[in-house]
Design a protein around this ligand. Structure first.
Ligand code: ADP
Ligand code: MG
Ligand code: MG
Length: 929
């Protein structure tokens, strides 16, 4: 795991001339190549590769990531870095026949960050570096275009001021907007040279005021400052958060690319654009992208002007278009993957500025992988790695129908919770409830907030989707919506939400309550207007094809956690090969069962308890029969009763209030109260008074300070053996009945929260005795197993002992994480955000298995258990069973299966297939990260 300080041994001081810090590219050849992403970053490696391939790339050099790592340690760049940079600059100047920022034909460069993985949050690119009061005039003269020169200079001051000198963007925007107003123009391009010169003068004042220094006139000083700002930006908050979410090593560092400028803003035969070789949203094979004439750099994506679809370029400049298609097709063939590229046209001549593997949705990933196999670009084995397991989720949630209307993206935030949502904007939770209405079919609303808090829950509940302008992937909105399975775009920073005025502003447009927007939680896009939606498509034929390629590689089974037949059927449709966890307590929450369950808990003697359990038996038997039927032929792991009993009773505080207010209650209130407590056997208002105090007494008896460590799990079945007896009876009666009907039943009875072998022996004895009784009564037998959940560190330590009694282990990693860390899962959010921000934990251990710690217990218990019982079946049934990195860990640890929620079964199948295939294929395989 990454830390920010390197071990002493790795801090080498005596490397003098040994390290090559700077790699040049240009003139048809490059020092580096496309494979060197670790060293040159993705952008630098791409520039080198394109140069070597003879493509038109403006020349330059890349300062490699090692220089960044050293900068992190020493907060400065070494003499070697300085010297090599100066040499590379001299080489570039010679090649171009220009000098940086001086002379009649000054060299200008861009300074661009670029790490191994493309990563938002780092320093923005600086263009036109080298311009100063003198060279701007030279540029004006040379280009015979004073407007272009002034425009380039004002852009430099603005970008440099913002990203190097940390001056807020709006300080510059204010000046620019004021100038446009003064000149009564709308577009940037309408400002003439004189107006831009005035802007420059104002910009310099802004710099002086905020940075307390003048804009640096010395080109080399500009370059050094920009370079170091790129290094520092590796540690920006946004960059850190992105790395944490995507599990990217903090020690990689970023490279710096310095590249000769080409100008897309020279006039009407110049322009700039971006594109993809295939459609990254839906995967169709089409040239896809946008461009703008007379524009520079990020104008295309920034929304100042509306860009034009790339196919239009064919009309405007057919030769350039053909060349671009030819080059990008070649790039795609070369990299054997969809390319995301940037280009600039200077006076009719095309330059390539970037190419990288294109990010795509899950849907597109599957389709493109299949296309590329069909085209012979990649093998089926390679195709398996072209889809991130989590991306398969896209097939299980609704999507936007991109063809239904014109798509205008207003902003892009974080893809916090996948799926699509289309609805009318509301700005408060109360309004959301009001506007959604009380019918079962709610009116579609999108709740838009700066950020959400627990007070917004009722609004989030009824909303189709949530949009926030602040907050990250672990913000309240993100976490809650993922839990609800509801679409959410979080942290869309370009949107200015004004909850008081009930409006949001973005891209110069104002949206009010009731306006329609569409959210794509899968890509983070916020789209204007009312798009159509497409239903989830778990039986998409291309998905089937893809899974048919992946599955044969898999060596580990994938099961689902499902408590009721409906979920079991669903899970089976997604390819579950059994049930790894059937939680019986959920079965007791049904309307017909709760009264008996509560009577059982209220009973203060065995006789009454048995009477209540007797009523539960047929109901529970029916539940099990349903699940067995759904899983005909596949194993079903049933866990005996686990939660603390108080979960079935009212809250102590509520009861106290009810008792206190009862004497003063009116007839209507009393009737309501009676209804609420009829489950507990209250038949008349007269019963109520006594019942409430009996209930309170029982609740107080059951009250525990740490219920998660309390009277639960096998401790229940040991103190009240009749509960385990009833459950075992229900299981075996259902099993025998099903078998008689020709259903193949493979029950695995699982005892929870075992810490000692004697606990296990105690419960296993009950289960086996009841099984024998049932088989005798019914004159028929079924094969079954009795095993345990490993969810306490002690159980992992004495797993060899426990395996004497248990025929299988299933790691309950939710509890095992709680008990190993001593974190309560329900309260961990008080500390977790700080722990993540401080880097104390790299990931939420309840989301991704803590392999270092909890993982050791898993490994140890598996080994020790199998020492005693070589045939021991081992699986995992915690949340982690559907998380790709944890699935991979389970594979390496030799588990027989993972079990996860039905909606993660596809993900787990692919993760397990990739884990196994990676061993044989050694595929970095072109993962899309
Ligand atoms: P990002 O990583 O955010 O894409 P880039 O470094 O690719 O940032 O650059 C931002 C914009 O500036 C892109 O549109 C890119 O094409 C443009 N750009 C970068 N370097 C140059 C250059 N030397 N000449 C012209 N445009 C450039
Ligand atoms: Mg950028
Ligand atoms: Mg770029």
């Amino acid at each position: 795991m990454a830390t920010m300080t390197l071990p002493e041994t790795e801090v080498k001081d005596n490397k003098k001339s040994t390290t090559k810090y700077v790699y040049s590219f240009g003139g048809g050849k490059a020092d580096g190549n496309g494979k060197m992403k670790d060293v040159l970053g993705g952008k630098g490696a791409g520039l080198a590769e394109m140069t070597n391939a003879g493509l038109p790339v403006p020349p330059g050099f890349t300062i490699q990531t090692e220089a960044c790592r050293e900068y992190m340690k020493t907060a400065s760049s070494s003499k070697d870095v300085e010297r090599q940079m100066d040499e590379a600059l001299a080489k570039l100047e010679a090649l171009q026949g220009q000098k940086l920022g001086t002379g009649e034909n000054p060299l200008l460069v861009s300074v661009r960050s670029g790490s191994k993985f493309s990563m938002p949050g780092m320093m923005d690119t600086i263009l036109n570096l080298g311009l100063n009061d003198k060279s701007v005039e030279a540029l004006a003269k040379r280009s015979n275009n004073p407007r272009f020169a002034a425009d380039s200079y004002r852009r430099l001051i603005q970008m440099f001021g913002n990203v190097v000198l940390d001056i807020e963007k709006h300080a510059f925007d204010e000046v620019f907007d004021a100038k446009k107003k003064q000149k009564k123009t709308k577009l940037d391009t309408d400002l003439d040279a004189k107006a831009l010169q005035e802007v420059i003068a104002e910009y310099k004042k802004v710099v002086k005021k905020h940075a307390k220094r003048d804009f640096p006139q010395d080109p080399r000083e500009q370059l050094v400052m920009a370079r170091d700002a790129v290094f520092r930006s590796w540690q920006n908050e946004g960059a850190k958060v992105y790395r944490r979410i995507n599990n990217i090593d903090d020690m990689l560092g970023t490279a710096v690319n310095v590249q000769a400028m080409v100008y897309g803003n020279l006039g009407d035969t110049s322009g700039t654009g971006v594109g993809f070789t295939r459609n990254p949203a839906i995967g169709t094979k089409e040239f896809y992208g946008e461009f703008l004439m007379n524009a520079q750099g990020e104008d295309v994506v920034s929304g100042v002007r509306t860009p034009v679809p790339i196919l239009e370029l064919q009309k405007v400049m057919p030769d350039v278009y053909d060349q671009l298609r030819e080059i990008t097709t070649r790039l795609e063939k070369h990299y054997k993957d969809i390319q995301d590229f940037e280009f600039t046209i200077q006076d009719g001549k095309l330059y390539m500025l970037q190419t990288r593997v294109g990010k795509r949705t899950g849907l597109a990933a599957v389709r493109i992988a299949i296309q590329m196999v069909d085209e012979g670009l990649i093998t089926k084995e390679e195709a398996i790695f072209r889809v991130e397991p989590n991306q398969l989720y896209d097939f299980l949630v609704p999507r936007l129908d991109e063809k239904s209307t014109k798509v205008e993206v207003l902003a892009t935030g974080l893809p916090a919770s996948p799926g699509a949502a289309v609805g009318q904007i509301v700005f408060t939770a109360d309004e959301a409830v009001k506007m959604a209405g009380h019918d079962t079919a709610k009116k579609p609303v999108i709740l838009v907030r700066a950020e959400t808090t627990p007070e917004d829950i009722h609004g989030m509940e009824v909303a189709k989707g949530i949009l926030t302008s602040r907050g990250g992937m672990t913000s309240h909105a993100a976490v809650v919506t993922r839990g609800m399975g509801k679409c959410c775009v979080a942290g869309a920073g370009d949107i200015d939400v004004n909850e008081k005025a009930r409006e949001m502003r973005v891209k110069g447009q104002v949206f009010k309550e009731g306006d329609w927007i569409s959210l794509d939680g899968t890509t983070g896009r916020v789209i204007k207007g009312k798009l159509g939606t497409l239903d989830p498509s778990p039986d998409d034929p291309e998905l089937q094809t893809f899974m048919n390629w992946a599955d044969p590689h898999r060596k580990m089974k994938v099961r689902a956690n499902a408590d009721i037949p409906r979920d079991a059927i669903q899970a089976r449709a997604f390819g579950a090969e059994g049930i790894g966890l059937c939680r019986t307590e959920h079965m007791f929450f049904g309307e017909e069962k709760l009264p008996h369950m509560r009577a059982m808990i209220l009973a203060d003697n065995e006789k009454d308890r048995r009477a209540a359990l007797k009523k539960l038996l047929p109901l529970q038997r029916k539940d099990f029969a349903g699940v067995f039927k759904a899983m005909d032929g596949l194993p079903v792991t049933i866990r005996t009763l686990d939660p603390p009993l108080h979960e079935f009773l009212p809250r102590r505080e509520d009861l106290m209030v009810e008792i206190a207010t009862f004497p003063h209650a009116g007839t209507k209130e009393k009737k309501e109260l009676l209804k609420r407590y009829s489950d507990y056997g209250a038949k008349s208002v007269g019963d109520l008074k006594r019942l409430l105090s009996t209930l309170l007494a029982r609740v107080e008896q059951l009250h525990e300070f740490n219920p998660m460590l309390g009277h639960r799990g096998c401790r229940l079945g040991i103190t009240y053996p009749e509960i385990t007896e009833m459950q075992a009876r229900a299981i075996f009666e259902a099993a025998v009945d099903c078998t008689k009907k020709g259903i193949k039943v493979l029950p695995e009875v699982m005892i929870p929260l075992v810490a000692t072998v004697k606990e296990m022996a105690n419960q296993a004895a009950i289960v086996r005795r009841v099984a024998d009784e049932v088989f005798k009564e019914k004159g028929s037998k079924v094969e079954y197993m009795v095993g345990t959940m490993i969810e306490l560190p002690r159980a992992a330590l004495v797993a060899d002992e426990i395996a004497k009694e248990a025929q299988f282990f299933s790691f309950g990693t939710n509890d095992l994480t709680q008990t190993t860390f001593g974190f309560s899962r329900d309260d961990v959010n008080k500390v977790l955000p700080t722990y993540l921000a401080e880097g104390i934990l790299k990931q939420d251990p309840f989301a991704a298995l803590d392999q270092e710690g909890v993982g050791q217990l898993v490994k140890m218990a598996t080994e020790r258990g199998r020492k005693t019982r070589p045939t021991l079946k081992v699986g995992i049934c915690g949340e982690h069973g559907g998380e790709p990195s944890s699935v991979e860990f389970c594979y390496r640890t030799g588990l027989n299966y993972v079990s996860c929620s039905p909606f993660r079964v596809l993900t787990a199948r692919l993760a397990a297939a990739q884990a196994a295939a990676a061993e044989t294929l050694k595929g970095e395989g072109g993962r899309t990260k």
